[in-house]
Design a protein around this ligand. Structure first.
Ligand SMILES: C[S@@+](CC[C@H](N)C(=O)[O-])C[C@H]1O[C@@H](n2cnc3c(N)ncnc32)[C@H](O)[C@@H]1O
Length: 298
């Protein structure tokens, strides 16, 4: 897999998160370890970095990218909803930093086995974790029209969800939907556009693909469980730092931090989310929609 990943909001993270050399850091979405390296470079042999990822291939890349560090590095194939168990199994009571950079890496989009992208025609799958059983193809071929429309509306915030669901169901009468290219074409046709001549910046399939990926991986459910676990896993003055990329995720993070503040558990460090400046957006387009929120355990 492509081994580079430019970590978003790196400068703000360096400024906002000051770690002692013996700190315990949990990177709950280690990916290609871009952010992990930023944290781990301030740690010495007494420090610990635990990296979690649902994608085994990312963990292999992370291992390679972290091999020259001084601190203890533990890389675990786990969902961040399992963070409490992972810490307990590794004898770690509490962390100074729990971090997540939600979503997927660009390398995963290009990975033919993951079946996430309409940029290339690949087998429609979308499971980030091989332990999962239901694929995006299972959903589009089996769910009824209303169920599909609701899913596309709820997780994709797609206003044309009914039209798209109707096109999917119509197509299913003729053939099974097996590839990302087939699905993207069905969605384009639902909008009455030629799949080969796109005028708008956002491909018409973008929101539906987002919705399916969220559903297949239960991304919002796992995020809720993860956020609810964090307070009991942080040391006093330990920080939770979460980068989200769309409004559904950001709303969940914002509400979780607010209710923990109301309960006297957190101070919110970022009154408004930190976003990328123009230079970063030009250099790294993925940073365009990134929002970083940080809370500190009181
Ligand atoms: C945006 S990438 C992280 C990139 C990383 N910060 C870096 O700098 O290389 C998100 C990563 O989170 C992983 N991921 C997504 N959902 C997850 C979950 N629920 N639990 C653990 N890892 C998850 C993905 O497989 C992906 O590798």
């Amino acid at each position: 897999m492509q081994a580079e990943h430019k970590p978003v909001l790196a400068q703000s993270i360096r400024e906002m998160i000051q770690l002692k050399s013996d700190a315990v850091v949990v990177d709950a979405t280690v990916g290609f370890a871009g952010h992990s390296r930023i944290f781990a470079e301030t740690l010495d042999a007494n420090g610990t970095l635990i990296g979690l990822d649902v994608d085994q291939k990312c963990l292999e890349t992370a291992k390679e990218n972290l091999k020259d560090l001084q601190c203890r590095v533990l890389l675990v194939h786990a969902n961040f909803s399992e963070i409490a168990e992972v810490m307990q199994q590794n004898g770690i009571e509490a962390a100074d930093l729990i971090f997540a950079d939600l979503g997927i890496c660009s390398g995963q989009l290009a990975d033919m086995d993951r079946g996430l992208s309409f940029g290339q025609d690949m087998k429609l799958d979308m499971r980030l974790d091989d332990r999962l059983e239901v694929t995006a193809a299972d959903i589009v071929n089996n769910r009824d029209e209303k169920g599909l429309a609701d899913l596309i509306y709820e997780f994709g915030e797609e206003r044309a969800s009914r039209k798209i669901a109707r096109s999917i169901v119509d197509y299913r009468h003729k053939a099974k939907i097996k590839t990302t290219g087939q699905l993207a074409d069905i969605i384009c046709k639902a909008f009455g556009c030629d799949p080969n001549s796109r005028r708008s910046k956002l491909h018409p399939a973008t929101k539906t693909f987002q919705a399916l990926r969220i559903a297949v991986n239960d991304e919002l459910g796992n995020l809720e469980i993860f956020l609810n676990s964090i307070p009991s896993l942080l040391k006093k003055h330990g920080r939770a730092a979460i980068i989200s990329f769309h409004s559904l995720e950001d709303r969940i993070v914002k509400n979780n931090f607010r209710s923990n503040k109301a309960a006297g558990v957190y101070d919110i460090i970022t009154k408004k989310p930190i976003i990328a400046d123009r230079t970063e957006v030009l250099e790294n387009p993925r940073s365009r929609s990134a929002k970083l929120r940080i809370a500190e355990k009181i």
